[in-house]
Unconditional design. Structure first.
Length: 355
């Protein structure tokens, strides 16, 4: 391979760094043992720290938990810049085969302690002087501009600590580390995190930590309804399947049903609505949802009739009577909006009828 035979043997460190990064990406689309061997050789022989970090990232991201690579990443997280720490934590969070790492190894125990230390620096916990680190007080005669700058730097430092704590907690969840500090940080993110962090935290709490509390269920419903990114709305809907027993136990069945019903016609992404239909089927609610949707077809309000047609285009039509009812609406309904929705449904469902 050209990257292995040429770029990785270049005397220019930047070229070698880009080569090991590209090899990691290449392996995900076309696995090859030569790629793993070349990355390992780089980790053990290269003399440039940036090349070593990039090669280690590539190895871990493809699920090769080499002890030397993990050691390099640990040192970089411990002593690197904030930007580098964020990048490495994200690499660990999204790495393949996290369960294959040796949790009895020295490196993993150090990683565990390092991640918990980062979590404890978040603002969701009371900060001790030890956690805060050294502080410096400016003299009373310091100009106002410098005092303002110090205040802004403190705010920025707190925000950086919160982001590091959030990513550290997500990494812990990926490795199935279920300490109370991890769970508390993830629950905090549901309230105060960004949309991305909220979505990732929900996935971690439900899928990795089996935390199925009513607050988590309500957060999922909120994410389904309000998330800006379609992938987050779809991911939230898919989590409902794992929560079936908890939803019934906490008396939230109707609330979840109403949320899924709304998404069938109201979500702007057809892919998300199709995911919702699969969730409805997995929960055993398809027949019940179909009854509710069919009743909408006879509603006096044209918006409600249109919603029923849009929902049918996602749920699908089984049975001649329902097909005939839909085609009758196309011919007889007084609302052009409803008739347009029927035409769209006919096209999406590939219905062939002489009418």
């Amino acid at each position: 391979m050209f990257l292995i035979n040429n770029n990785m043997r270049s005397e220019i460190a930047k070229v070698r760094k880009e080569a090991v990064r590209d090899l990691g990406i290449l392996y995900k689309t076309r696995s090859n043992y030569a790629v793993i061997n070349a990355l390992k050789e780089t980790v053990y022989t290269d003399d440039n720290i940036f090349v070593l970090i990039e090669a280690s990232k590539s190895l871990l991201s493809i699920g090769v938990w080499d002890s030397a690579a993990l050691e390099i990443v640990l040192q970089a997280i411990k002593y690197g810049s904030q930007g580098l720490r964020f990048t490495l934590l994200e690499t660990l969070r999204t790495a393949s085969n996290p369960n294959s790492v040796n949790k009895q190894s020295v490196q993993f125990r150090v990683l565990h302690g390092l991640l918990l230390n980062l979590i404890k620096r978040g603002s969701h916990l009371p900060q001790t002087e030890e956690n805060k680190g050294p502080t410096f007080t400016l003299p009373s005669d310091t100009p106002t501009l410098l005092l303002k700058l110090q205040k802004e730097n403190k705010k920025k430092g707190a925000a950086d600590n919160d982001t590091l704590a959030a990513h550290a907690a997500l990494v812990c969840a990926a490795f199935l580390i279920v300490d109370d500090e991890v769970k508390d940080c993830l629950l905090h993110l549901l309230r105060d995190g960004t949309e991305d962090l909220q979505s990732w935290s929900l996935g971690a709490l439900v899928s990795k930590m089996s935390h199925h509390s009513p607050d988590v269920i309500r957060s999922i419903l909120s994410q389904m309804k309000s998330a800006v990114k379609s992938e987050h709305r779809a991911a939230a809907a898919e989590l409902i399947v794992d929560l079936k027993q908890s939803i019934e136990k906490n008396g939230l069945t109707q609330q979840v049903f109403d949320g899924l019903q709304l998404m069938l016609y109201d979500d702007c992404s057809r892919e998300v609505r199709q995911k919702v239909a699969k969730v409805i089927a997995s929960l055993g609610l398809h027949a019940k949802m179909l009854q509710v949707v069919v009743r909408k077809l006879d509603d006096i309000n044209e918006d409600v009739r249109g919603q029923g047609v849009m929902s049918l285009s996602i749920l699908g039509i089984k049975g001649k009577s329902l097909l005939n009812q839909l085609l009758d609406i196309l011919e007889l309904d007084s609302s052009i909006f409803v008739r347009i929705q029927v035409m769209r449904a006919v096209k999406e469902l590939n219905i062939a009828d002489r009418r």
